[in-house]
Design a protein around this ligand. Structure first.
Ligand code: 3UK
Length: 547
């Protein structure tokens, strides 16, 4: 490895042994970064050197910061970190804030000063914060004062932790410290291209969250692969979306991709569909990053808002159901760009440029990456046969001190845990999370396929499909359905939904059990928690047996 710019060597000391790393590919010429690299110099300072300082960079309901204004705040904050708060290169700095201009400044300041950001979801509680603080041996926390409660609770079990707040108007608050004379300039820390600059925690549904470690070069690599070769954004674009910065989908879509091309990012603190839609209209957004359910929820309200500024829509986090793709296309003329990414890979590695999108498919491998579908022994499957998705490229999995490294990385490939099928044209078709496959009477059934079929029915707002234990069939397919307003979940509806699925996909896949619910369990990154549904189903079955 290259000589580190870190004084505190914790992250490098806790990388997995090299033998357990995935293979990294740097075939594209733009991925040959110099040995000394600080990603913030490339993302931000470069635009000032090129005379683009006056271009709007961060737009929020509270106002706009140009590139020059963001750069100055980042410098001031980097000085506060290193001169007032005791941060040295390599220190892990936990960030706790809703998406906001200041959260972006904090994120970039930590990396510019050679620190390692540990961003956290605003909804996390003290217990979860304590885990992240301990796992990443966090030295310092920067926190939006409105979210102080849980971090103050967590502090009681981390007595050495230093916490600094912004937004509370006190003399020792971050803004006051930033005003000190001589703080307007800051030379980027001389970090190595392979120094860690961020730790992203997975939002796993089972087990403890895993800390994924990413280098300065990885941050640029996602921009220079997906951003440059698939998304094709430019400086005139105005990005908007709903994912928190602590979810690397949001980090890329709301910060890295726009800054890499000198574009503008619109920051909303929380952006449920009924906030996102008017914000697209108000701020004339051109590119939207959000989850499939949000596109689905926005569909019903499109007529009330002028979203004619939008030119591209990206969906990730979960498979985009074909019904949602088609309804969005019919309503707006835009083809939603589905893409699969992961916290381990940092961002999207399979997707397609808008002109090459195929309805129902995730897309093709992103230039710079290799992907294949393998069997249990790691052999590549021929086209049309489902198997495990394996990928490698310029980014890849490096867990922070975690034995699960050898589960995600096998023989140099990142194995994501998804079942996929590749067709002869190189398009990848999502089937299910490998552990979500339902096996009923010997048939393999992918829950998401049944969900997609149900979602085409006009009465269905949302649904989740899982396997539940069954004496005769091993498992049966069970659907949890949220109905649209004005529909009733009775036996007639159940029969109608079952017949509808039988007509859409192979009849053996139809849900033998249907239950109507008011909502579905979701992770903080907006993913359906099939694991929770299975638990509920198992408990219901146990209660039935007991009664
Ligand atoms: C699933 C998808 C089908 C899949 C993420 C874009 O979701 C992200 O990261 P996570 O670590 O989860 C990864 C897992 O989520 N998934 C994501 N996208 C899709 N399944 N179609 C999709 N389009 O199981 C994957 O293994 O939370 C997504 C960018 C950055 C990210 N971190």
């Amino acid at each position: 490895m290259i000589r580190s710019g870190h004084l505190d060597t914790f992250t490098r000391d806790n990388l997995p042994p090299q033998a357990l790393w995935p293979e990294f590919l740097f075939r594209l010429p733009e991925l040959n970064y110099p040995e000394r690299l600080n990603c913030v110099a490339e993302l931000l300072d470069r635009w000032l050197e090129r005379g683009r300082g006056a271009h709007p960079c961060v737009v929020a309901p509270s106002g706009t910061w140009t590139y020059a204004e963001l750069a100055e705040r980042v410098n001031r904050l980097a000085n506060v970190l290193t001169r007032d708060l005791g941060m040295v290169p390599g220190h892990r700095v936990l960030l706790r804030a809703p998406n906001s201009p200041m959260a972006i400044a904090a994120y970039l300041a930590v990396m510019k000063a050679g620190g390692v950001t540990v961003a956290t979801m605003p909804l996390l509680r003290a217990k979860e914060l304590t885990y992240a603080l301990g796992k990443a041996k966090v030295k310092l926390t920067l926190c939006d004062a409105r979210l102080a409660d849980e971090i103050e609770k967590a502090k009681s079990s981390a007595p050495d932790l230093r916490v600094a707040y912004w937004g509370n108007d006190t003399p020792d608050g971050i803004e006051a410290l930033m005003q000190q004379p001589g703080y307007e300039a800051f030379a980027a820390c001389d970090t190595a291209t392979d120094d860690v600059c961020l730790i992203g925690f997975t939002s796993g549904t089972t087990g403890e969250p895993k800390g994924t470690m990413h280098f300065h070069r990885d941050v640029l690599a996602t921009c220079d692969t997906y951003g440059r070769r698939v998304l094709h954004a430019n400086a005139a674009d105005r990005f908007i979306g709903s994912a928190p910065l602590a979810f690397t989908f949001g980090l890329g879509g709301h910060v890295l991709f726009p800054l890499r091309v000198g574009a503008t990012t619109i920051q909303l603190e929380a952006a449920p569909p009924d906030v996102l839609l008017p914000a697209i209209a108000k701020f004339r957004a051109t590119i939207c990053f959000t989850a499939p359910t949000a596109y689905r929820a926005m569909l019903g309200k499109l007529a009330e808002h002028d979203i004619s500024s939008l030119r591209k829509c990206v969906s990730a986090g979960e498979a985009l159901p074909k019904a949602t793709f088609e309804a969005w296309h019919a309503a707006t003329g835009m083809k939603i760009m589905d893409g699969i990414g992961s916290t381990e890979m940092l961002h999207i590695f399979i997707g397609a440029p808008e002109g090459e999108v195929r309805a129902g498919s995730t897309g093709k491998v992103v230039p710079g990456y290799d992907a294949m579908v393998i069997d249990d022994e790691g052999r590549e499957m021929p086209p049309g046969i489902p198997g495990r998705l394996a990928v490698k490229g310029p980014t890849g999995c490096r867990y922070l001190a975690d034995t699960r490294q050898s589960v995600y990385v096998q023989s140099g490939w990142n194995v994501t845990g998804d079942t996929y099928m590749k067709d002869k044209d190189g398009y990848f078709w999502y089937q299910a999370r490998s552990d979500d496959m339902i096996i009923s009477a010997g048939y393999n059934i992918a829950g998401p396929e049944v969900e997609s079929a149900l979602l085409e029915h006009p009465a269905v707002a949302e649904c989740g499909v899982v396997g539940v234990a069954d004496e005769d069939r091993g498992q049966i397919v069970k659907a949890y359905v949220v109905l649209r307003a004005g529909h009733t979940g009775d036996a007639t509806m159940t029969k109608a939904l079952q017949d509808f699925v039988k007509a859409a996909v192979a009849p053996y896949k139809y849900p033998r059990a249907v239950e109507y619910v008011v909502g579905l369990p979701k992770t903080q990154t907006g993913k359906l928690q099939r694991f929770e549904l299975r638990k509920v189903a198992a408990e219901q079955a146990a209660r039935k047996l007991a009664s």
